[in-house]
Design a protein around this ligand. Structure first.
Ligand SMILES: Cc1cc2nc3c(=O)[nH]c(=O)nc-3n(C[C@H](O)[C@H](O)[C@H](O)COP(=O)(O)O)c2cc1C
Length: 216
């Protein structure tokens, strides 16, 4: 299990002033390398009293405001984020000897953005969103299949299946983004972007980021 990490480190001189272009570059390289589901990320949430939980979700959009995924707002993660928006994401690109770790706060995306995305999903996934009371305990598989069949029948004559009110996107607005690159002798590169407070006097000004190196 113990592998030496060789290869290129992170070229600090070439790091952009904001983290998103670097993230886009690494994401593109993970996709090009043929990693299965390069947009799969671990989302960590916590209850207000600090009990953590994790699960995998798919990144669906990334822009200069943050990282967007879609889920059931009444699920465990949904209720935890509603009560406590502090969140962490982890992209486990092991085959590239890389990981990216984000910390920040989650906010709900607009209903319009959710509706646009929902419309792009296959019909079966849209019906599945209606049918699943995500994270609740169910008596058995038959219960799920019955709920799916009922939702399917209910929307039989409807092409444009609406978005369930309990379903939508979260945007994770980052405070920090760490880029981790495995290197020889466990002397890995860890470069972390940290958001600097946005000056209140300059609305619309670009967020400033500072970069710091962490010990491996
Ligand atoms: C590769 C992969 C991708 C997934 N993508 C999503 C997703 O985008 N949204 C989602 O709600 N659940 C997704 N899931 C299911 C979640 O991992 C999880 O089981 C579900 O959201 C319930 O989590 P919770 O009970 O902690 O809220 C995915 C699972 C895997 C393995």
């Amino acid at each position: 299990m113990r592998r030496q990490y060789r290869g290129e480190g992170i070229d600090v001189g070439a790091m952009p002033p904001a983290p998103f272009p670097l993230f886009a570059g690494w994401f593109g390289e993970a996709a090009e390398a043929g990693l299965p589901e390069p947009n799969a990320m671990i989302v960590a949430t916590a209850t207000p009293d600090g009990r953590p939980s994790t699960r995998t979700v798919l990144l669906k959009d990334v822009d200069h405001d943050g990282f967007v995924f879609y889920t059931n707002y009444d699920s465990r993660k949904g209720t935890e984020l509603t009560a406590n928006p502090a969140v962490s994401l982890l992209f486990p690109w092991h085959a590239m000897r890389r990981q990216v770790i984000v910390t920040g706060c989650a906010e709900r995306v607009s209903r319009e953005q959710t509706a646009d995305y929902f419309r792009s999903r296959p019909r079966g996934s849209r019906i599945g969103a209606w049918a699943s009371e995500q994270s609740s305990v169910v008596p058995g598989r038959e219960h799920l299949e019955k709920r799916y069949a009922e939702a399917d029948a209910g929307f039989a004559d409807i092409d444009d299946i609406p978005v369930p009110r309990f379903w939508g996107g979260f945007r994770v607005v980052p405070d920090t983004i760490e880029f981790w690159q495995g290197r020889e002798n466990r002397m890995h590169d860890r470069l972390r972007y940290v958001r600097e407070a946005r000056p209140a006097s300059t609305p619309g000004a670009h967020t400033a980021w500072r970069v710091e190196r962490l010990s491996p």
